[in-house]
Design a protein around this ligand. Structure first.
Ligand code: NAX
Length: 343
């Protein structure tokens, strides 16, 4: 398989590369060719990372290409992790972040359209992840919109871990926590609509019955902890949450493309909302509970979201609509609107 990792010399790249190269994501019987994309300033560091990867002598690593040319990176690519982007600097407005990254992801989408495999699967990690993914997929006519996903798996892992801590149980027993919406502070982490604890003997207890006495925790401390976790890690470590982000990217792609979800279980993925699920505007990249099978995902439908949850979903939808409008305006002003392939 040919796997692209953009921003490969960055922090998340450094944690993600060993997971992809060692077989931890695609399994011990799949040989991988790594196509690593950087900007010119990152290339020297990337060469150092390549040396280390060679020195790991992974059985499953076939070949490494380091490049600054997206057309080389995406050539015949089967899977892409889009991690490279322009980071939000102190004092920078989200609008400015969207402006710079829209141009970057326009070029990623154009390269995918030009040279990638027809069935490439793309996970967007770089922020603003949902809108970057939308900009990318809009450039592609050969590749179905279903093949693009923005990462909310880290939020799902964070939320599941907080619930496990609260209940004093292992995180492996916590199932079907939902992340609704944007990978931003407007997301709605929701353990009680469909979540449950699965005991070692298989008994399932709904999280709504275990946490219902504690509305205050659910609606305040829990929400803020998950929504602000990236910032808290940044403040404590002085660096971004690269290890847990890389781990989540690996989890997301493994579940989506390799293992699938177990029957009845869901994970969080921000996917192209073609159907208008849960009343959310069609055409946004929105995080929903997803079931995965045979390299595909479906949104789990029919869940009953309470009024509090519906308000939160609306708020995140509003943020995504304004991000989408800002990105589309930039594409239009850039002369790329008319060449935007998908409406
Ligand atoms: P770093 O700044 O350490 O690395 C980013 C790398 O991307 C750099 O090496 C840079 O040279 C490269 N890059 C920049 N523009 C590029 C381009 N056009 N083509 C190729 N490479 C390019 O950031 P890191 O901590 O690795 O984070 C990467 C991205 O992940 C950021 O946008 C960050 O906001 C986002 N995150 C997303 C998360 C999620 O859950 N979706 C969580 C973690 C993280 O905050």
């Amino acid at each position: 398989m040919t796997i692209v990792i953009t921003g490969a010399a960055g922090q998340i790249g450094y944690s993600l590369l060993p997971m992809v190269a060692s077989g931890e994501v695609f399994g011990p019987n799949t040989m991988v060719n790594l196509h690593l994309l950087e900007i010119p300033q990152g290339l020297a560091m990337l060469e150092g990372v390549k040396m280390e990867l060679l020195d790991c002598a992974y059985d499953t690593l076939n070949n490494i290409v380091c490049t600054t040319d997206p057309l080389v990176a995406f050539k015949d690519a089967d899977v892409a992790f889009l991690v490279g982007g322009f980071p939000r600097r102190p004092g920078m407005l989200r609008k400015d972040l969207i402006q710079i990254n829209t141009k970057i992801f326009l070029s990623m989408g154009q390269a995918i359209e030009a040279v990638a495999s027809n069935n490439i699967k793309v996970l967007v990690v770089a922020n603003p992840a949902n809108t970057n993914a939308l900009v990318t997929l809009k450039q592609c006519t050969r590749v179905p919109s279903k093949n693009f996903c923005a990462m909310t798996r880290l939020d799902y892992n964070r939320a599941s871990a907080q619930v496990a801590l609260k209940l004093g149980t292992s995180v492996k027993n916590i199932k079907n926590v939902i992340i609704w919406g944007n990978h931003s502070a407007s997301q709605y982490p929701d353990p009680t609509t469909d979540g449950y604890v699965e005991a070692n003997d298989g008994t399932k207890t709904p999280l709504s019955s275990l946490l219902n006495e504690d509305d205050e925790w659910l609606r305040n401390e829990f929400l803020t902890t998950v929504q602000q976790r990236g910032k808290a890690v940044m403040e404590a470590r002085g660096k971004s949450s690269a290890l847990s982000a890389a781990n989540a990217a690996a989890d997301c792609v493994r579940t989506w493309l390799v293992t699938g979800t177990k029957p009845g279980e869901t994970v969080a993925m921000a996917v192209y909302n073609e159907e208008g699920h849960y009343g959310v505007t069609k055409g946004l990249m929105f995080s929903f509970p997803c079931e995965c099978k045979d390299g595909d995902w479906v949104v789990k439908t029919g869940l009953n979201v309470n009024e509090f949850g519906q308000e939160k979903i609306k708020a995140s939808e509003a943020e995504l609509l304004s991000e989408r409008d800002a990105a589309m305006e930039i594409l239009n002003n850039n002369g790329s609107g008319s060449s935007t392939k998908k409406e």
